[in-house]
Design a protein around this ligand. Structure first.
Ligand SMILES: Cc1ncc(COP(=O)(O)O)c(C=O)c1O
Length: 320
């Protein structure tokens, strides 16, 4: 399951910060959300199991489900998050759902309280599993963080996935799963078959980093830094694109989403890459019909000073 000291540090952090309930015995350390999704799929689903995914949604998660021969049912997202009623219309008997309730990936909406209750109710009635990917909940700029779905769940249907990729850095390859108590042996059996356990040394360093209070200081410092970077991006985007531009998801996280009509976002991303501007095309997040064009603009690693130049490159790539 991972190093005890780190699992305890994670539980002490998650309770107050995210409203997640559970003990260190329920926490499994993994190499990021990607491995967490793979373990969840192997432990809970069979080949040909049907699973709801947000549409648009996290493309790397889709690859895990397809690799495990699951059938993905794309379910639309609106300003309140995943449209649960639409999911039930499309496939009431799905065995699982992957959701990003605190900052929907990629559109950035926060799932409303009523949708959360609707989703928990559907999961309980259908005996379905909810995989809650809480990948960047730490950074909210306008209002207080919203508690996790897991903390609202009285029935043990939610498997909570956390990662240090956003809050620290992705090459660390450390994340965790909070597993409902009675599922722990199933998850352990899968884990042993896959890689036995995570490497101990980086876990020990991280446990000290959290235990000695560097982690919470880091979050506080980065929240104000990312907020400045987000403001700089918004500041430079609006005069260039004006009313052509619709933006979502700027209230939290480390990216925002821009919709642009009449462009081919894949082609623009290719052009931008030649000037070393790395864009994620929005269209790549759609699995089904109704694809929209635009970009998922990450600002976490672009300084305020670099922002004007980066936005200029974006404009040149669009106008070329
Ligand atoms: C929706 C979502 N989930 C999870 C992650 C983190 O993935 P990992 O922990 O595998 O690095 C990301 C990173 O971009 C993400 O966008």
């Amino acid at each position: 399951m991972g190093l005890r000291a780190l699992r305890e540090a994670i539980v002490s952090y998650l309770g107050p910060a995210r409203g997640v309930r559970g003990t260190a015995d329920q926490v499994m350390i993994v190499s990021g959300s990607q491995q967490a999704l793979d373990i969840c799929t192997r432990a809970l689903l069979k080949p040909a199991s049907q699973l709801w995914m947000e549409e648009p949604g996290y493309r790397f998660a889709r690859q895990v489900f397809l690799l495990n021969n699951c059938r993905i049912v794309p379910v639309p997202v609106d300003g309140n998050g995943l449209d649960v009623a639409a999911g039930m219309d499309r496939c009431r008997t799905a065995q699982a759902v992957l959701v990003t309730p605190s900052h929907q990936y990629p559109l950035g909406f926060t799932m409303s309280a009523s949708r959360r209750l609707e989703l928990l109710d559907w999961a309980e009635r259908s005996r379905a599993w909810i995989l809650e990917d809480d990948y960047d909940s730490e950074y909210r700029y306008e209002n207080m963080p919203i508690s996790s779905l897991q903390g609202l769940d009285p029935n043990g249907r939610v498997i909570y996935l956390g990662t240090f990729s956003k809050v620290l850095f992705p090459s660390l390859r450390l994340g965790y799963i909070v597993i409902p108590h009675e599922l722990v042996p199933r998850f352990q059996a899968v884990r042993v078959a896959m890689d036995i356990s995570p490497p101990t040394f980086p876990q020990a360093v991280l446990a000290d980093f959290i235990g000695e209070d560097h982690f919470s200081r880091h979050i506080r410092r980065m929240r104000s830094l990312y907020c400045e970077r987000r403001d700089a991006l918004l500041h430079h985007l609006s005069p260039l694109f004006g009313s052509r531009l619709k933006i979502t998801g700027q209230q939290a996280g480390m990216h925002l989403c821009v919709f642009l009509n009449r462009i081919d976002d894949l082609e623009v991303a290719r052009r931008a890459a030649s000037s070393k501007l790395w864009l994620v095309p929005l269209s790549s997040s759609y699995a089904g019909k109704g694809i929209r064009q635009g970009f998922i603009l990450g600002y976490g690693s672009t300084s305020v000073e670099q922002m004007a130049g980066a936005v200029r490159k974006l404009q040149v790539a669009i106008d070329a």
